[in-house]
Design a protein around this ligand. Structure first.
Ligand SMILES: Nc1ncnc2c1ncn2[C@@H]1O[C@H](COP(=O)(O)OP(=O)(O)OP(=O)(O)O)[C@@H](O)[C@H]1O
Ligand SMILES: [Mg+2]
Length: 271
């Protein structure tokens, strides 16, 4: 079986880290069934940065929640390193649109929270937390509480916390969606820098096509509900990237190509 072979293979760039196989999701309610996902198939490579775009309600969050193990697929399966996933795991870190920080804990304690469940010494936990707090530029706010931070700063803490757990897979559901344009741009740059320094396998959902193109190696375009993949676009723009990359002709070309497909799906949905 392919799954068993994968177990024996070392992590390599050409071996899929994550296999999403024919995932469907139907929500049933008194008002009838809603097919949220209809045959979602994708291989994600080790350390790959994937962005997912698609019209509102097409099933992006549903897919991410199933990947996180927070929800079950109606059919199909997901393999991470060859193992079928059942439920949540610290191997899969999640960052949501609304910063899910513990309000009664300081920045440092928030980042340390999950690490404390690992078999690490207090010093190791503290050092790892410091490293990631510094990476997101919050070293001067280690002892602050979430209520003392701006929205952008809170989201940086959420990213530091997810990164600190060193998950195999980082799942981000519109993490910058609630932020103003300037903070959003700043956090994109920081996330890019973080990923360029310490590559991780990322599955990042966004409404913002520009954000998808600046971050991703591949952009997944989903159809209007019931969601399935209609196109996968390779973003062949080398890293390191920065905000100036957005001025390059190649960037415009890819952004327009993706945007027109997303817009067509939006029109489809309104029919
Ligand atoms: N718990 C639920 N019960 C019933 N229907 C649901 C549930 N969660 C989502 N849905 C439906 O499934 C579809 C997909 O929802 P989902 O949240 O995955 O979309 P999305 O692509 O993330 O949208 P958005 O871009 O607005 O966040 C929608 O039609 C939604 O109404
Ligand atoms: Mg969503």
């Amino acid at each position: 079986m392919a799954g068993n072979q994968d177990n024996m293979m070392p992590d390599q760039n050409n071996v899929p880290k994550v296999k999403i196989r024919n995932v469907t999701k139907t929500y049933s309610s008194k008002r009838g069934d809603v097919i949220a996902l209809n045959g979602f198939n994708l291989d994600i490579k080790e350390n790959e940065f994937i962005c997912v775009v698609g019209p509102s309600g097409c099933g992006k969050s549903t897919m991410l929640n199933i990947l996180a193990g927070l929800d079950n697929a109606t059919s199909g399966e997901i393999l991470v390193d060859g193992n079928v996933i059942h439920g949540p795991s610290p191997d899969r870190g999640v960052v949501f649109q609304q910063y899910a920080l513990f309000p009664w804990l300081t920045v440092k304690k928030n980042v340390e929270f999950g690490l404390r469940l690992k078999k690490l010494s207090r010093q190791e936990v503290s050092d790892i937390a410091d490293h990631y707090i510094e990476m997101v530029g919050l070293q001067d706010f280690k002892n602050s509480y979430p209520k003392e931070l701006s929205g952008g700063m809170k989201q940086r803490v959420a990213i530091a916390r997810a990164y600190a757990m060193q998950p195999k897979l980082l799942l981000m559901d519109e993490p910058f969606g609630a932020l103003d344009a300037q903070t959003r741009t700043q956090l994109q740059s920081e996330l890019l820098k973080t990923w360029e320094e310490e590559r991780r396998t990322c599955f990042f959902i966004t409404h913002d096509v520009e954000e998808a193109v600046i971050l991703a190696q591949r952009v997944i375009i989903m159809s209007a509900r019931p969601g399935r993949i209609i196109d996968i676009v390779d973003i062949d723009i080398p890293y390191p990237r920065n905000q100036e990359t957005k001025m390059e002709p190649k960037f415009f070309e890819l952004k327009n190509k993706i945007w027109s497909q997303v817009y067509n799906q939006y029109l489809e949905q309104r029919k």
